[in-house]
Design a protein around this ligand. Structure first.
Ligand code: C2E
Ligand code: MG
Ligand code: MG
Ligand code: MG
Length: 274
């Protein structure tokens, strides 16, 4: 009996696995269709200078809406697109779109910057640097209006290559940020080798910054180290006034989160800039 039950279990798992693969192929095909038909969108979330409360930039976040009006979460389709390689065409589209939209934002406020998220896959492609430069130039934008967000995972692939690339961007006036800082596997010491302009502290450390002394200590430590290395800091996922106040007191320069604004379509950002 036990044996039969075991077999049944195996059978069940196999079925579940096949099912999830089927869903993946389905999702992949639909994502391809969304790329081909330019059905993807970008939403923008304001980045705020904590002292002044002023919006200094926006982060471009990809959105994929299905025919029924529902959105597929980026945490579902971005990893899939990275696995299939579809992130490459999707990212090229996003970079173009961000440039088009930025031109409209700059008409309202000259000093605004757009941050674009990069995938590890892009980083290891030949001519990636040239491609970014060409796109920015084709839209008649200055390099220092575009910022690139990368995660610590780019360092795992080939950190020498990554460091050189970050350096080239920096020399060209394109700032880079380490996104989701603190969630990666790397040690803090690698930061001094990285010519990044800023780091974005992951929301996980911001969530309980008021009340949980260990998280506050971590954030204090990151801020002290960043100051030493002349790196700017953005706190991600600020949801309450208390968190914003605490971070300002601790000397964190910038913040982003639902407390200030959720990611929203370009039209709403333009309205905010009126
Ligand atoms: P991320 O780059 O760390 O972006 C920040 C995420 O936190 C966004 O999720 C944003 O909506 C969310 N967020 C912002 N403020 C708050 C807050 O106060 N509370 C909470 N709970 N969440 C907040 P989103 O848009 O779902 O994107 C998830 C991730 O998907 C991004 O994390 C990024 O890694 C990836 N992603 C999004 N767009 C792109 C893209 O165009 N290219 C690439 N390669 N990755 C992207
Ligand atoms: Mg980001
Ligand atoms: Mg992040
Ligand atoms: Mg993230």
């Amino acid at each position: 009996f036990a044996k039969r039950q075991g077999r049944n279990h195996l059978h069940f798992f196999k079925r579940a696995e096949e099912h999830s693969k089927r869903v993946d192929i389905h999702l992949r095909n639909r994502f391809q269709q969304a790329i081909d038909e330019e059905k993807l969108a970008l939403h923008y979330q304001p980045i705020i200078a904590l002292q002044s409360g002023e919006m200094v930039g926006v982060e471009a976040l990809m959105r994929w809406q299905l025919e029924d009006g529902s959105f597929v979460p980026p945490d579902t389709f971005i990893p899939m697109a990275e696995a299939t390689g579809q992130i490459i065409p999707a990212s090229e589209w996003a970079m173009e779109q961000a440039c088009v939209d930025l031109k409209q934002m700059l008409e309202k406020r000259e000093q605004l910057c757009v941050s674009v998220n990069l995938s590890v896959l892009q980083f290891s492609r030949a001519n990636f640097f040239e491609q970014i430069i060409t796109t920015i130039e084709a839209h008649g934008l200055a390099n220092n209006r575009i910022e690139l967000e990368l995660t610590e995972s780019i360092l795992m692939d080939d950190s020498d290559h990554a460091i050189k690339l970050i350096e080239r961007f920096r020399n060209a006036g394109i700032a880079t940020s380490i996104d989701d800082f603190g969630t990666g596997f790397s040690s803090l010491s690698y930061l001094k080798k990285l010519p990044v302009n800023r780091l974005k502290i992951d929301r996980a450390f911001i969530q309980d910054i008021v009340g949980k002394s260990s998280d506050e200590a971590i954030v204090r430590g990151i801020l002290a180290m960043a100051r030493q290395l002349d790196i700017e800091v953005v706190a991600e996922g600020i949801e309450t006034a208390e968190q914003a106040i605490r971070l300002t007191e601790l000397g964190c320069g910038f913040g982003q989160g639902y407390y200030f604004a959720k990611p929203k379509p370009l039209a709403e950002i333009l309205k905010d800039l009126e």
